[in-house]
Design a protein around this ligand. Structure first.
Ligand code: F0G
Length: 369
């Protein structure tokens, strides 16, 4: 197809813009929207699917790994896919206030899309457990920001109770349109790969995303767009692994603050995805998460947040245990950008900048030239 920008522009004319206008426009036929739905979009989606051969080599090789880098969405996480739809539907229903509980990314996204639409936004966050970048986002987008002296599960319980008053629109993934929007990432992976992967890996916290991806893969399969379904592999942090352990965790703990959740809202959705796809859910330790977090930045230049690295830690371990069949095509969701959590990045890097006088010779000496 010829690209309008490849041709000269005659004076005084304007070429048709080539623009990606977001997941609702792109995948409307699969989404609960009508012509009457006002589309509130920041042009989310269309994120890169990056092949990471050097990471695979570090795992021992033998398979293809493609990272869906959702950190390159407008608020730097996958939440924007669900939020464009949740906020559009809230505007369509004439809501005035959107509210969410969050470990950080949902609040950043809700605050941005609320700002874009003119809705008021309230976010409830577990006090002291939010990565700095995410807190900065909620504050900058102007959301009323409340720190709860409790964890995410406490905050979500309060939000659900407030939702029952009918005075606020809950935009957590308990709102079913969030899952609808998030399933578009699975569509994009199939479109970008030209087929469905054999396996899909992702981190699991509140379990909305694994539910959404499985729905997306199934819908594309039913629509005849792909000829197979992947097996779904979810990873929880060892200190916050309720689905793996089979019971709620009262005091979840992990360095991956995004998935510090003890009672996932979409537990059933995750279980269905795992059973139907013949997948599995496992836990990875904070040490494994931080190793994978550093490794992917250094092998392939992809900087993700610690929660995303849970999926990579899972791949690393599965590969080392010989569980990945030769020639497999694997996709994995890198749910958030590494810059969201600068504190963990700086404390994990393992070294600091060398401080020198502004002198070329000193720099040469320091770098061994
Ligand atoms: N990765 C990141 C970066 C996240 O922010 C989250 C969830 C997950 C993974 C897990 O996804 O909940 O669909 O299983 N963050 C939510 C939030 C809970 O409030 O931002 P999930």
């Amino acid at each position: 197809m010829s690209n309008p920008s490849d041709h000269p522009q005659p004076p005084g004319t304007r070429r048709p813009p080539i623009a990606w206008t977001g997941i609702i426009d792109r995948y409307a036929e699969f989404l609960p929207v009508t012509d009457a739905t006002p589309v509130i979009s920041l042009h989310e989606g269309n994120t890169p699917l990056i092949r990471v051969d050097r990471f695979v080599e570090a795992c021992g090789g033998g398979f293809e790994l493609w990272l869906k880098f959702e950190g390159l969405n407008p608020t730097c996480s996958f939440k924007d896919r669900g939020m464009t739809l949740a906020v559009s539907k809230a505007v369509e229903r004439k809501a005035e206030v959107v509210i969410c509980a969050s470990t950080g990314n949902t609040s950043a996204s809700a605050a941005a899309y609320a700002a874009r639409s003119g809705l008021k936004c309230v976010v409830l966050l577990p006090k002291g457990k939010i990565a700095l970048g995410k807190l900065a986002q909620a504050l900058m987008y102007g959301a009323t920001t409340i720190a709860i002296e409790g964890n995410f599960d406490d905050a979500l319980r309060i939000v659900r109770e407030l939702g029952e008053t009918g005075k606020v629109e809950v935009v957590n993934s308990v709102n079913p349109v969030r899952i609808e929007g998030q399933k578009t990432a699975a569509f994009e992976i199939c479109d970008q790969l030209g087929c469905a992967p054999h396996f899909h890996f992702l981190p699991v916290g509140n379990a909305g995303n694994i539910t959404a991806y499985w729905r997306g893969f199934k819908e594309f399969h039913t629509a005849g767009r792909v000829d197979r379904l992947p097996r779904m592999f979810g990873f929880q942090a060892a200190g916050a692994a309720p689905i793996v352990e089979g019971h709620k965790i009262d005091h979840p703990e992990t360095v991956a603050s995004a998935i510090r959740i003890g009672n996932p809202a979409s537990w059933q959705g995750a279980t269905d995805a795992l059973n139907e796809s013949k997948g599995s859910i496992e836990k990875v330790t904070d040490e494994e998460i931080l190793e994978a977090y550093k490794l992917i930045a250094r092998t392939d230049g992809v900087f993700v947040e610690p929660a995303s690295a849970a999926a990579l830690a899972g791949i690393f371990r599965c590969a080392k245990e010989g569980k990945i069949p030769e020639g497999s095509i694997i996709s994995a969701t890198m749910t958030g950008h590494g810059l969201k959590d600068p504190d963990t990045a700086i404390s994990s890097a393992g070294f600091e900048a060398t401080v020198l006088k502004p002198d070329t010779r000193e720099v040469m000496k320091a770098i061994g030239l």
